[in-house]
Structure formats: C-alpha cells, structure tokens
Write a protein that binds this ligand. Structure first.
Ligand SMILES: [Zn+2]
Length: 458
C-alpha cells in the first residue's frame, strides 16, 4: 500500500509537495546503500553545486565570495567552507539579495525561520527543494518503520492551524486511506487528553508522532488514570529536544522504541536518532554540517550547529547559523553509521503556559504563532515571553530600526498570542540589548513564573 501512496496517490492528489515522490525516495534509498566514500563524493558534488549556484545567481553570495576570494571549485569535502556564517540578523538584512535570480518567482514558496531562538524571518524555497525536503522527511520516518499508509496518530499543531490545512479532499484522504489521525495540541487539558486517549484506542496506530514534551505529558496522563490503552510499535518525537526524564516516561508508558528527529522550519527535517547509539545522525544528502566550538557547559563542550542546506536553490543558505547548540561524542557510533552525529541538542528551552481554568498552552505551540506573523519580523530580532501571572504576559525583546515598525511587529504578535490563548491578557514589555543564552547553553523563548504545581495536567 505504501508504494501506491508514494508513487500514485500522493503525487496526483497533492502535487505541490509530492510530485515524483516515489523516485525521490528511491534515490535516497540508493544513497543509503552506497559506501561511505561514494556518499562523501556525492555530498561533495551537492555542496559544490549549491556553492556555484549561489555565487552565480545571488547578489549576496557574489559579494561574500569575492570579498574572501573563494570559488566553489576550490572546496574539498571535509573542510570548512571559508565564508562568514549566515546569522538570522544577516538573513533579515539581506533577504532580497539572498534570493536566486535563476529561480522564477512562481517557483518560490514562502516559509519562515523557526521561532524558538529568535524572531522568525521569512525565507523562500524553490518548489523542487520543497519536494526534496518532504521526501527526506518521509525517508527518515521510514528508518523507524513509518511509511505512507502506516496507521499513525500525530499529536501536533493547533486546532486553528489544522482547520486551515489544504482541502477537504486532503483531510478525507488523510484519515480514510493514509490512516493518519491528528490530535490537536495547541491547548492541553483533561478533555484534550481524553480525546487523545480516545483516538489512540479507536485507531490503534502503529506509530505515535508528536511534540516531545507534549507526548510525554500524554504518557503521564495515561499512567495516572490507570485506564487500558493501546501501545504503538514505535514513537517518533520532534520539534523540541527530548529530555532524559521524558524519554524514560515515554519508554515506560509505551514499552516501545522512542526515536527523536531534528529539524527546523529553516532547513527542514534533517536528522534522526539511531537506536543503538541514541545519537542524532544528520543526513548528508540534505545538509553539510560544521560544528563550531562555543564554550563549555556542565555537560561538556558546546558547539554551534552551522548547516549548509543542500536542498534549497531558491534562497541558498550557506553556513547558516541554526542558533541551536549541540553536545558531541567523538567516538564512532554504536550503530555503525558514519553520518555526522550529535548526542544532544540544547538549543531551545520552552516552558508551558497555564490558563485560568488550568488548561496548558505548550510552549512549542507558540512557535507556530510567531511564524504566523504576516510580514515576518524585520526589526524585532529576539523575543522572550514571560508569563508573570495567569493573565499577565511580559515580553522581553531586542530590536533595531524604526520604533513605529517595531511597535507594529509587537502589536501583531500580541494579537496572535491573545487569539491563541482565548483570554484577555495584560501585556508589559521591556527592550533589552540582547537575550543571552543561559549557562546550560539554552536560549529560552517561553518562561512561566507560575509555580510548577499549577502546571500539571489531568
Ligand atoms: Zn548511530
């Protein structure tokens, strides 16, 4: 059945993201079967292709390459790319000059950078790149036995965003044939948890896929109620780092393997954890990684995750600073794969928010709200939301440029958060020069100062 979904139904029904999906998946399988030397050679070709394309077709890279006297042909696999890092601030300031002049406007699709570490910026992808990224995400899912047509429950997204999803035809297909069921996770409370439980027992999914912390809270809910519940064969969690405590809670509740996936709105889903070594491996067909030392933490040396996206010709991102930091283990991984790996991702730390009726707003769902900003954040650079009381939200932000524009961007953010919370919040704001990483290496987007006891669900 998976073959029919990948090769016929998906490419016809939802061509935008799935055209030639079957062929793309076969190419990725071929890549995985190659020897390490062949894979490195293939990756070198892809890196050079993106470097050359960026130099030829974008004003930004033409300038940067010429400044340092670098040419794509000079680069050899395994070496750093000798260009400055592309930070979110540089991206914000040069967004027009980063667009490829070779990709027609009608082939470009809007996305936005992730909102967990700084205010989101609009980025663009070419259509082929979008399809390659979709295929890569499905390919990583297949490593965990999740193919199209496998029964799966997704704990994901906010109700309102799901309602905006493609067409009624797509929704019918998704549940009826693809057998993918969605539990909306924009707000959590007893009745939402009961509805997840109902879907779990009704659909009996083989795969449970969801936000890491939210899925763990669901697992706690199941254990605390003492009810009989269906156990999937495999869990895939993503969007926020999986803590050791939450992993233990999930493994105990579901008695099955738990795999963490890493991706971001900027570069797409690019890494999946192996079972043998419990490390996150980055797929070399999707990105070229550089890890830059950036200090120590109680858990060991910290590295910045710098990625060159190999699947976006529309707006090439070379040496892009993902703003996520990682911990490493330099020994070979127990699973035998050479694909670059990290033991832990430390980039983001998100508290949950609590509403007057005790419902929970998962911090991760706020990233969707930030990305919803109609024009992106061009002046506000970083945001931190601090819940001081159930109806009081404090924003810390850093910004540059026109004060009116800054206020407009903040006003839109407040409006979107008010809508998401569905209560009337009191707001206060404080402008700071910069929001710094904590000693642990984490940047905090969402902080709740309400006592922990009040945050329990169910
Ligand atoms: Zn491994």
């Amino acid at each position: 059945m998976a073959w029919i979904h990948n090769n016929i139904i998906l490419p016809v029904l939802e061509r935008e993201r799935h055209q030639r999906l079957g062929a793309r998946l076969r190419r990725l399988e071929q890549f995985d079967r190659m020897s390490k030397d062949e894979q490195l050679a293939e990756q070198e070709v892809r890196v050079k292709r993106i470097l050359d394309h960026a130099y030829r077709s974008t004003p930004y890279y033409r300038r940067i390459f010429d400044d340092v006297g670098f040419q794509a042909a000079d680069w050899k696999s395994g070496n750093p790319i000798p260009l400055p890092e592309l930070s979110r601030d540089l991206l914000r300031a040069n967004s027009h000059d980063l667009l490829s002049r070779d990709v027609p406007e009608r082939q470009l699709r809007k996305a936005s950078t992730g909102g967990t570490t700084s205010a989101p910026v609009v980025i663009w992808r070419d259509l082929e790149g979008l399809r390659d990224k979709t295929a890569l995400q499905y390919h990583l899912n297949r490593w965990s036995g999740y193919d199209q047509g496998t029964r799966a429950l997704h704990i994901w997204g906010a109700e309102r965003d799901l309602a905006l999803n493609p067409s009624w035809k797509w929704r019918l297909y998704e549940e009826g044939l693809l057998r993918r069921y969605i539990g909306a996770a924009g707000q959590l409370n007893e009745s939402v948890m009961q509805s997840f439980l109902h879907k779990l027992n009704l659909h009996r999914p083989e795969i449970l896929y969801g936000y890491a912390a939210t899925t763990a809270r669901f697992a706690e809910f199941l254990k605390s109620t003492g009810v009989v519940y269906h156990k999937p064969k495999h869990l895939i969690v993503t969007a926020e780092p999986l803590s050791a405590e939450d992993r233990a809670i999930l493994e105990d509740a579901f008695q099955c393997p738990v795999t963490e996936h890493y991706g971001s709105r900027d570069i797409g889903m690019v890494a999946a954890q192996c079972q043998a070594g419990k490390r996150l491996h980055f797929h070399p067909a999707a990105c070229y990684l550089e890890l830059v030392y950036s200090g120590t933490t109680p858990e060991g040396p910290l590295y910045k995750l710098i990625a060159t996206d190999l699947l976006n010709l529309g707006m090439p991102l070379i040496r892009y600073d993902t703003a996520d930091c990682v911990l490493l283990d330099s020994t070979p991984c127990a699973c035998g794969s050479w694909f670059p790996s990290v033991t832990q991702i430390l980039g983001r730390a998100l508290d949950n928010f609590v509403l007057p009726d005790g419902s929970i707003i998962p911090g991760i769902s706020l990233t969707v709200i930030l990305a919803r900003s109609s024009r992106g954040f061009r002046h506000v650079r970083q945001i931190q939301l601090i819940q001081k009381a159930v109806n009081h939200m404090h924003i810390r932000y850093s910004a540059q440029g026109d004060v009116m524009e800054i206020q407009q961007e903040l006003a839109e953010l407040k409006k979107n958060v008010d809508q998401h919370f569905q209560i009337s919040l009191q707001w206060s704001a404080e402008r700071v020069p910069e929001i710094l990483r904590e000693r642990s290496g984490k940047l905090r987007l969402c902080i709740s100062e309400i006592s922990h006891g009040q945050r329990q669900v169910g």
